[in-house]
Ligand binder design. Sequence first.
Ligand code: HEC
Ligand code: HEC
Ligand code: HEC
Ligand code: HEC
Ligand code: HEC
Ligand code: HEC
Length: 454
Amino acid sequence: MKILNESLIKRFMKLTLGLIAVVAISSSSNAQGDPAKGEGLFKANCAACHFPDKNMTGPALKGARQRWIDNSSEENFYAWVKNSQSVIAAGDPYANQLFNDWGKSVMTAQAVNNDEIDHIFAYIEAYAPKEATPPPTGGPVPSGGVKEETSSTFWWILGGVLLLVIGAVGGVRSQLQSLQRKQAGEVVEEDASVFQSARKWAWKNRGFVGIATVFTVILLLALGMKDLAQIGVFEDYKPEQPIAYSHELHAGEMGIDCKYCHNAVTKSKHATIPTVNVCMNCHRVVHEGQNEAGTAEIAKIHEAAGYDATTNSYSGETKPIKWVKVHNLPDHVYFNHSQHVEVGGIDCKQCHGNMKKETVGRVMTTEDLNNVGVTDEDYDENKVKFTKPTLTMGWCIECHRASSVDLASAPEGSYYNMIHERLLKDRTTYERYLEDDMVTVAELGGLECAKCHY
Ligand code: HEC
Ligand code: HEC
Ligand code: HEC
Ligand code: HEC
Ligand code: HEC
Ligand code: HEC
């Protein structure tokens, strides 16, 4: 049972990694191997089951070549990587001992040649683990709020400086005045308290003080309005999550498809957050993270799944992981993922930015969304450029005005297909729509209130 499950997982891991694998065909015959070339090869072919320096599904690979030279031969070492089962079948004692020690789990045959194996092991031998990074802790913190705070602090400081300047100017002025009066022979109260002289000064300059007061009140009101306008805007919101999960590691480095975890995204309104079982598909085998902090985070998954890593058994006592929802549309708004992803053919990136570079979920800023893919060779200049904050009504509308609909995209017989067919028959409307060379979502009714509001 255990072996069956593990080999399934491994097959899956290989599949996902295989999808992103670009196997560089190297022509050099450098016997030492090139660590730079080896890194890509290792990640594409071996990283699903091996770490360079610790055990995972398979053993730590540092020193493996030497172990083969000592216990078997270098020739068998190459043969093993290419097809481990053949070396076991040939009766090599070291190979058979390995196989037994690792619970008879099969290392799948690898499509690599000897040069590539040299590159891989050059990388493995040169590998040094990354510095430990402590996981984030504490409750949800909207990072947007932090930004706000800095900007209002700025205003407070500016206000303070302004008052000081006014005070200083006033002070200098009254000093000059009293000097003038002294010279003119008037009697001046020398020892008036600060408060008294301030009052006197304010009274003398009542015109100015009046204007300054009105100005300050207006400024405060304006600041208040600015805060009010921020209600319902969640840009850059990135709450702390109960587990320091990383999209960069899983979707980026390991290349796991977004839809493997957010598996309802093409079929339903919701993209959904994966259950702990999805994590356990791999984390039943992968117990160690990149460092101690990572391992502690994985232990939280085990706890939620009621899994005991030491005995490899489930207690049956599960508790849900309380992921904090990041994107929140109000209840009166209807948004449907499958409509956009499946029918509209829109990439997650358009609305969620480059999640392959993020740790946990974050509501992207307008700038993040506009910058996605700018440096890519195949960057699409006609991509929708946003000006309105993400998730606001203006944001949805902006995209519906700018996006064209591929009339051939909707599945045969579907509701959208019917709308499209009807339009194709109505040539006058169709041609009017086509004046800008495209039929936009807006033209098909994407601005109608009832489409988005219950
Ligand atoms: C599907 C999982 C899987 C993949 C992918 C995989 N291995 Fe393995 N590997 C294993 C397992 C499991 C073992 C332990 C022996 C056994 O059970 O067959 C192993 C053992 C080894 C050994 C022997 C280690 C020792 O201590 O002597 C070497 C060398 C090795 N793998 C190299 C590689 C290389 C290089 C790649 C990539 C080109 C690779 N493996 C890809 C699962 C995998
Ligand atoms: C047209 C813009 C758009 C596209 C494209 C899009 N999303 Fe979303 N996504 C949203 C909006 C808006 C929400 C908030 C929905 C809500 O609060 O009801 C959201 C919410 C989510 C959530 C939170 C859970 C949920 O269902 O509310 C996840 C996870 C998610 N998206 C993943 C994805 C993935 C993965 C893709 C690509 C396959 C994708 N999204 C494509 C706009 C988009
Ligand atoms: C396809 C396999 C796979 C799936 C599915 C998967 N993980 Fe992982 N995860 C890994 C591997 C492999 C590592 C170890 C990477 C390393 O140490 O370099 C890892 C590492 C981690 C770490 C430690 C990171 C660190 O910094 O060391 C955490 C936390 C984690 N995963 C959480 C999750 C959660 C939560 C889920 C489910 C939503 C999940 N994983 C699903 C394969 C997977
Ligand atoms: C291994 C599983 C896994 C993969 C692969 C994965 N995600 Fe996620 N995703 C999660 C988990 C778990 C959360 C909840 C924690 C968080 O917010 O980070 C999440 C959260 C999100 C959110 C925020 C949801 C919310 O609450 O509003 C978005 C958006 C998202 N993912 C998009 C993507 C995109 C785009 C990809 C592909 C590039 C992707 N994810 C790949 C597991 C995964
Ligand atoms: C990145 C661009 C983009 C964004 C942002 C976007 N949409 Fe859309 N939306 C589309 C496209 C493209 C279609 C048309 C899909 C098709 O029929 O081919 C569409 C279609 C729709 C429809 C169906 C319209 C109809 O005529 O039946 C609704 C409802 C909708 N979107 C709601 C929303 C809401 C709510 C938001 C904001 C939370 C939003 N959309 C944000 C691109 C976008
Ligand atoms: C493409 C989708 C879409 C269409 C079409 C649309 N809305 Fe909205 N509307 C939204 C979204 C999304 C929000 C939530 C904005 C937020 O939370 O900041 C919203 C919010 C609102 C609000 C609440 C005020 C606010 O800012 O939260 C009102 C009122 C409203 N819409 C009225 C309308 C009317 C009237 C129409 C037709 C003229 C319309 N909407 C068309 C997506 C849409």
